[in-house]
Design a protein around this ligand. Structure first.
Ligand code: FAD
Length: 309
């Protein structure tokens, strides 16, 4: 039996999440097929065909999939899924929107947010905001999994392309239509895949003061994140929220500035390799998880740190 991995992309470039999902798929037994659904997306198929571990690319290139609406993609995925033992998608907005619909169409369960694969049918996923790990057994003939990209290394590119097979679209009655994209444009690295993340909390006080982080991020080529309190207070954009109800990050270096370290925030930084905390309260819970802690007023030490860098 083989494994079907659903590619995430923007019709031009394969999203790095897909590389991570391929790594997860490699821990299962069987050939790995990569499904690319999009429009004018031959370049994505080509990129996918060079990923180490992929043995075949299935390319559904049709105007129907231009915006990869979940309802339309799920119809095709559920049609293909019965020929596979596992179907994997990233636990991103795309995967979380699409795969449960495919599971419903197939009448099977879905295991969300998988962080480890123990066997062909036992998967590990965080529960209670990451405070416990559940081992979940899938009893279905086909297991549908969303994979947390932060928990897996990215698959390398192999160089030698594998065959790309064209698939016809599956038209379905659809009750939704694409209206528009509203994307926040940033020159900075993408938060969920950045090697360095600088995050600010309510301690930064105002939006103007939050901008101090930009100077630090510039020095480190970092993405900028925020706590929910900072987002709620209007200091940062919603898309910057890190944590249980925000983004899950896994950088090599995470710098938390003026963040208390609430459990819901920590749920988003569990996979960060080195955590640095700057907080004026020495009892702040962030220091319990920080590798390096600086008990200081951020307005004193940030300018100095930026200067030294
Ligand atoms: P605070 O807790 O107010 O901490 C501010 C910190 O700044 C304090 O530790 C203070 O000592 C320090 N500080 C203040 N001034 C200075 C200074 N001058 N110099 C240095 N330090 C200073 N939160 C998230 O972040 N992400 C989530 O995804 C998330 N999801 C949630 C989901 C649910 C269901 C719930 C109930 C809550 C969620 N929260 C989330 C909210 C979370 O519980 C906390 O309220 C939030 O993380 C607190 O943000 P904060 O640390 O910025 O603010």
């Amino acid at each position: 039996m083989s494994i079907l991995v659903i590619a995430e992309h923007d019709n031009q470039t394969l999203n790095f999440n897909t590389h991570k999902v391929i790594s997860a798929a490699k821990q299962l037994q069987g050939e790995i097929h990569l499904l690319v659904m999009g429009h004018d997306c031959a370049a994505v198929g080509e990129q996918g065909s060079r990923l180490a571990g992929v043995t075949r690319v299935l390319l559904a290139d049709d105007a129907l999939y231009q915006h990869q609406l979940a309802e339309l993609c799920a119809a095709l995925v559920s049609r293909l899924a019965t020929a596979y033992r596992h179907v994997l998608a990233p636990a991103s907005t795309f995967g979380k929107d699409m795969l449960p619909r495919a599971a419903a169409l197939l009448g099977v369960g879905m295991v969300a947010d998988v962080v480890a694969i123990e066997s062909e049918d036992i998967f590990v996923r965080p529960v209670y905001a990451g405070n416990a790990l559940a081992r979940v057994q899938s009893l279905d003939a086909v297991s549908l999994l969303t994979i947390r990209p932060a928990a897996f290394d990215a698959a390398a590119e192999s160089g030698e392309p594998v065959p790309v097979e064209k698939l016809a679209a599956v038209p379905v009655e659809n009750s939704s239509r694409f209206e528009r994209d509203e994307l926040s444009v940033s020159e900075r690295p993408e938060l969920t895949s950045a090697r360095v993340v600088v995050s600010g909390g309510r301690g930064l006080g105002t939006k103007e003061q939050f901008a101090l982080l930009e100077q630090l991020a510039d020095k480190l080529n970092a993405a900028i994140g925020a706590s929910r309190a900072a987002v709620d207070a209007g200091l940062a954009d919603n898309a910057q929220q890190v944590g249980q109800t925000g983004k899950i990050v896994a950088p090599e270096l995470y710098i938390a500035v003026g963040i208390s370290g609430a459990i819901q925030h920590l749920a988003g930084i569990k996979d960060a390799r080195v955590i640095v905390a700057i907080n004026k309260d020495e009892d702040a819970p962030i220091f319990e998880v920080a590798d390096y802690g600086l008990v200081a007023d951020l307005f004193d030490v940030l300018p100095e740190l930026i200067d030294k860098l």
